[in-house]
Design a protein around this ligand. Structure first.
Ligand code: MTE
Ligand code: MO
Length: 363
């Protein structure tokens, strides 16, 4: 099995592709999993290394001028005494699909060269961030909250220390559907996914879902960190010099549960399976093309469309003649958006949403 510096769990070669300090899930490996991605198959995106934290001594500190009183500390037992809340949600890196800017659109971008496997979906259980903030004494004029991880300081390739991973959230989102999760798929969070407690921000870019959270600043003025100023904005021609507004929601994507350049037998009926997801609405329509985009037909959906969740789908294909072919899947969500043919360029390669041309060989 492969290993990545600072990732604790095993990374079998048939499940993961190691990319630096990160592990990408092979989409074909998801075919053996259901609606929920087991921790054994869930991608890992680490700026530094997975810390080993002791749930017994762990504390969450909530602090800042956005509280009516002083800082408040919570133990894990304190959180577990609050009403529990749970939801199924995918977590996806904003850069998922980044390598397709290059392979499909011919443009160079910086960052981890993910294909489509920097996404996973789990059932998260914990407490509502809203409940913790109200227990901590939220001031009327608070506007932003900024969770921060307990992993090491992040040092960039050029040696700059950016401090601990932290990313502000507007209060409106923090009070809406954000969880402080202590369970993933009914088990305590595994070390790589934030043990003992992580933030889960449904539908939003993965970096908002801060792992190993140790403190949360609550502020009456807007908060900034490199993770909403230097990164996670759209940069490049067509965008302001300081970048777009900070990215929030994920975009729309589809992927086949097939290896790249899968080999399929001619003269046999194949059930093509895949998944589509969106940070906008629920995905309620998926179309598949097996002739490079010439003709399209509806795929069967195997999950009820739900916001913040992916939908599994299938379509049958009976290829007759051997040779190369290109498969495409195109999702539409309940906001009415459909995946476009190309994604507007941005230099850091975020939010790729174009229909992916998946090569296969019929033999
Ligand atoms: N939180 C901390 N503390 N440190 C990190 O490096 N990576 C973020 C986010 N939370 C990160 C973090 C990014 S960029 C993503 S995409 C998700 O965690 C990945 O979550 P996962 O590793 O559980 O899949
Ligand atoms: Mo990410």
């Amino acid at each position: 099995p492969g290993t990545a510096p600072g990732i604790v769990k095993p990374l079998p070669d048939d499940v993961f592709t190691v990319r630096g300090t990160n592990a990408e899930t092979r989409f074909e490996a998801l075919a053996a999993t259901g609606r929920l991605t087991p921790a054994s198959h869930f991608f890992v995106r680490n700026h530094t290394t997975t810390p080993r934290l002791d749930a017994g001594t762990w504390r969450l500190t909530v602090w800042g001028d956005g509280l009516t009183g002083g800082a408040r500390e919570f133990t894990l037992a304190d959180l577990k005494r609050l009403p529990s809340a749970s939801r199924t949600a995918f977590v996806e890196c904003a850069g998922n699909g980044r390598s397709l800017f290059t392979t499909q659109q011919g443009r160079q971008v910086s960052g981890t060269a993910w294909t489509l496997g920097a996404v996973g979906q789990a059932h998260w259980r914990g407490v509502r961030l809203a409940d913790v903030l109200s227990r901590a004494g939220l001031a009327r004029h608070a506007v932003d909250v900024m969770p921060r991880g307990l992993d090491d300081d992040y040092i960039t390739a050029d040696g700059t220390n950016l401090g601990r991973v932290r990313r502000p959230l507007p209060l409106a989102k923090a009070l809406d559907d954000v969880l402080l999760a202590y369970e993933m798929n009914g088990e305590p969070l595994p070390p790589d996914h934030g043990h003992p407690v992580r933030v889960v921000v449904p539908s939003w870019i993965g970096v908002s879902s801060v792992k190993w959270v140790g403190d949360i600043e609550v502020s009456t003025t807007p908060l900034y960190s490199p993770w909403n100023t230097d990164f996670y904005r759209l940069f490049g021609p067509g965008h302001p010099p300081q970048g777009s507004v900070p990215l929030t929601r994920q975009t729309l994507k589809s992927a086949f549960e097939l290896p790249w350049n899968a080999r399929l037998a001619a003269g046999t009926r194949h059930r093509l399976t895949g998944r589509s997801w969106s940070g906008g609405g629920a995905v309620d329509r998926v179309e598949v093309s097996t002739d490079g985009g010439g003709t399209w037909r509806r795929a069967r959906l195997h999950d009820v469309p739900r916001r913040g969740s992916w939908v599994r789908w299938s379509a049958d294909w009976h290829p007759r003649a051997p040779g190369p072919a290109v498969l495409l899947a195109r999702a539409t969500d309940t906001t009415g958006r459909t995946q476009p043919a190309t994604t507007a360029h941005n230099t850091q390669g975020y939010l790729f949403d174009a229909v992916v041309r998946h090569p296969v060989t019929v033999e």
